[in-house]
Each structure stands twice: as C-alpha cells, then as structure tokens.
Design a protein around this ligand. Structure first.
Ligand SMILES: Nc1ncnc2c1ncn2[C@@H]1O[C@H](COP(=O)(O)OP(=O)(O)OP(=O)(O)O)[C@@H](O)[C@H]1O
Ligand SMILES: [Mg+2]
Length: 357
C-alpha cells in the first residue's frame, strides 16, 4: 500500500508507485492507458474491439487495432465486437481480453508487475458493472483495483480545481455515453449520465445519407466524414465544409460517390446535442447557488465528441455557461485515473480536506 509516512519512505514509495501504477479509461470506442513517467505520462490508445470465434465467443483471436480493421469485414467463422456498448459491458470475457491487452501495453514486464490500476467507467454504472470491472482488473493481475467515475477522473486529469469549495463541472461527451459531473471539495456533488454520444451521430449520418441519396455507407465512413467536417448548429459563424465518400447505391448496388457537408453532420448531431442540453438543464436546476459561480467560471468539456465545431457556442446560447473545450479531450480520463492510481488515498475525505488547508 502507499505510505504517507516519513519523507524518505514516501519518496521511495512514490518512485515505486510511479513504476507500477496505471490509469485506464475503459471507453466504448477507445481504451486509453496512462502510465506515469516522471511528471508526464506515457499514453497508449487501443480501439475497444475484440475479435472472437463465432462458435466460441470467449476464444479471443485479436484485440485492438488488428481487431478493429476486421469490423464488418470478418469471414463467417470470426466476429469482431466491441465489449462495451453505450458504456456498458456487453461481454465480460471480451472486456477482460481488452483490459489484459491494455495492461500488457502499459507494463514493462508482465501484468503481475502492476501494483495498482484505477479504471474510469461511466458515472451511472451499476454496482454489478463496477464489481465486474474490478474483478476483471484483479483477474488480469493487479493487486489493487479502483473503479472511479469517468467524470471525476476527467476533472482530475484536466487539472480542474476539484479540491475547492466553489465547485467546478466537467462534461465528457464520448462515443457511447456522456457524463456531466459537478465537483466540489474533491467529491462528486451531482452527476447526470446519458447513454448518448458520438456513435449515435455516426448512426444518424448513415440514415441521413440513405434518405438523401439512397446510398448505404459504412459506419467508419460516417465517422470519418463527421471528424472531417463535423459541426453542431449554433449562431457561430462557421465555414460549411464538404467531404466526399463512397457508398453502395441501393438501387443499382454499384459504388457511388456522395457528399456530406457540415450541415448534414449538424443535423445528425442535433438529437444528441438536445439530450446533452436537457441533461445540463437538469443539473443546473439542482445546482445550489453556492456552486453556480464556480461552475460558471470553470466548466470544461472533454471526450472525443467535444471536438464538433460550434459546441462551445451552442452550450453558451442554451444555458449561459462559457465552457472551455479541452485541448486534450481523449486522454484526460486515463491521466486522471493514473494520478489517482499513484495516490489512491487522494480521494479519501480526510486527505481531501487536509489538502485544502
Ligand atoms: N475531431 C473529432 N470531431 C468529432 N468527433 C470526434 C473527433 N474525434 C473523435 N471523435 C469522436 O469521439 C468519440 C470517441 O471519443 P472518446 O474516445 O472520448 O470515447 P470513449 O471514451 O471511447 O467512449 P465512452 O466514454 O462513451 O465510453 C467517437 O464517437 C469519435 O467518432
Ligand atoms: Mg470516455
């Protein structure tokens, strides 16, 4: 265990902690591993995809990048799947394979050399889901496993003033879920999780292209277009960009080139943006007046989907909060988890309160 004892011991322990701790963001689309290295982090990004045998889904054939390239293209006897859907574990065996792979990537020797891991998962995960993730971490070889809310982890990773009483808020818009978390005195005071995110935008782009052009496109193509010309509706003066992609004509079955522009992506994103705004309104309704100025002064938006242009402006128009979009949106959860892994007691109430004095 980590020691807060004599200075020398503390330094030695800290050194050990830095070589044997990992923070992991077990995401729907990406799993990110952060390994403390001096005052920086070594970061590894792994697509959250596992390829398994069709007749024996616990038989893992490939994990990560290799498995991702198989999505939608596998022969009959292989399936490539995402172990997490909407932030929820769909298959424990596949999630375990993903976590072991992530831990191996972050460890110099084998996974048993990792003392502590902290894993970020969606804020509304059930006790059963939390326990399942913890169990997987332990089975993979870590002796200490802590599962914390992605939102809290993101706030710590983004360097928000979480220990202050004034309050601060983090909005994490991921692939399958989005978390809105209010934090004060180092703890979560309110949380709202919606099972909506960038994946739903991709699905809607596929539908819109189908309706407009009678062309079917793959989900990866839709995601690529979203990343290239992505935008949400707002009053911001943004340039409408266009990109072209190849789909399958539903009438002729022949390949056909079509165009997707920023407005189409904004239309596809609109239902998700509305859900996020509703969740924000619910949080603000419950927010105590003591925390409103902290939230006004310091709210940060993280997660891959936060990169859609115009989001900052739209949030301000809707709820009057001048949010900051993180310049490091996809690794803050893992970094925050790694910080907690190195100092696990940092989240305990007496340590938090002491740190304030
Ligand atoms: N530049 C970009 N513009 C818009 N969306 C983007 C961009 N880059 C990535 N994304 C989207 O961000 C999402 C992935 O973000 P992130 O890695 O934060 O999700 P995750 O942590 O895997 O998911 P979750 O937190 O929901 O489990 C995907 O939907 C991806 O398409
Ligand atoms: Mg995430």
């Amino acid at each position: 265990m980590f020691s807060f004892g004599k200075k020398k011991v503390e330094q030695e322990d800290r050194k050990k902690a830095l070589t044997s701790t990992l923070g992991i963001d077990l995401g729907t689309l990406n799993t990110v591993v952060a390994k403390p290295s001096g005052d920086k982090f070594d970061l590894y990004k792994i697509p959250s995809v596992v390829a398994v045998k069709k007749d024996d889904p616990s038989y893992v054939l490939a994990v990560g990048e290799e498995a991702k390239s198989m999505l939608g293209r596998t022969p009959e006897d292989i399936i490539a799947v995402r172990p997490l859907r909407k932030g929820v574990i769909e298959s424990v065996a596949q999630a375990e394979a993903l976590l072991v792979f992530a831990m191996e990537m972050g460890s110099e020797e084998d996974t048993t050399s990792i003392d502590r891991i902290v894993i970020g998962i969606p804020g509304d995960a059930s006790e059963v889901e939390r326990n399942a993730v913890e169990e997987i971490g332990r089975k993979a070889g870590a002796s200490y496993v802590l599962v914390i809310s992605e939102g809290l982890s993101a706030a710590i990773g983004a360097g928000l003033p979480i220990a202050e009483a004034a309050g601060t808020m983090v909005i994490d818009i991921g692939a399958g879920s989005s978390d809105l978390v209010v934090i004060s005195l180092g703890g979560i005071t309110d949380i709202e999780t919606i099972r909506w995110g960038g994946d739903d935008v991709d699905d809607n782009i596929v539908d819109q292209v189908k309706q407009k052009y009678e062309v079917e496109i793959g989900i990866h193509e839709a995601e690529k277009a979203k990343i290239k010309v992505g935008m949400v509706h707002s009053n911001a003066d943004l340039e409408i960009e266009t990109t072209s992609l190849i789909g399958k004509c539903m009438k002729t079955n022949k390949p056909k080139e079509i165009e997707v522009d920023s407005t189409m992506v904004a239309n596809a994103a609109e239902p998700i943006v509305v859900k996020i705004v509703e969740a924000l309104a619910a949080v603000l309704e419950r927010l105590s007046p003591e925390l409103i100025s902290g939230v006004y002064n310091k709210t940060i938006v993280v997660g891959g989907t936060s990169q859609l242009k115009g989001l900052k402006e739209r949030i301000f128009e809707e709820v009057g909060i001048p949010v900051e979009i993180s310049n490091d949106p996809m690794t803050v959860v893992a970094k925050g988890a790694a910080i907690v892994a190195a100092e696990p007691r940092a989240l305990e109430p007496e340590v938090r309160l002491k740190a304030m004095k």
